[in-house]
Design a binder for this molecule. Sequence first.
Ligand SMILES: [Zn+2]
Length: 220
Amino acid sequence: MEADKKSVVVRLSIVLTLFLSSGAYLAWALMGDASGGHNSDRPRNIDAKRAINGHTVKFKPDGKLTYAGIRAPYEDESFFEEAKARNDELVHGKELRLRFDGDPPEREDRVVAWAFDGDTLLNEVLVREGLAYVRLTAKQQRFGDRLLEAQLDAQSARRGLWGLEPPPLESQYSADPKYGNFHRPSCDEVRKINQTRIISLESREDAFHRGFAPCDRCRP
Ligand SMILES: [Zn+2]
């Protein structure tokens, strides 16, 4: 009896070993990857009402959408009005499809998402037109590569806010990967960041290429 039990255990472990090392396991693992890892494939549709600014939108009946992965100029920054007007043109009265990093948020009326009109990723359009900075936060990464490529395109064409005169430069900047911002070393905000996660950067270019947006207080 003991011997029988042992041989069953041995056979089971052989089967398990074969499965783990076989194509079946590989295919299963790859399938998980192809579906986007932690990204949700349960999109949600919304009826957009109007743009609030270049990166937020009101939708029916009482919702507010914030675009993932970008930030448009704030009210006291250049190109605020242009970004708002363009965003309104993109969304006004349209049905948009939202995709998420991770599962769809529990609250249906306050969402951060990647917004599609048909196949067009609106987050990307605003970046490509030089009306928003890429801002990749710890939780907003899904279409980051597309945004960074669009931003390079806008920069090289000096489109929109990339045509502005750059502010006085620093020899070093501090970036916060959790919120996707970068700062001048003297900015008060830097002291509030957990030191273990601060990334030191030598240039604005480096910050933009890595998906950090300028802090709206120290304006680096
Ligand atoms: Zn700052």
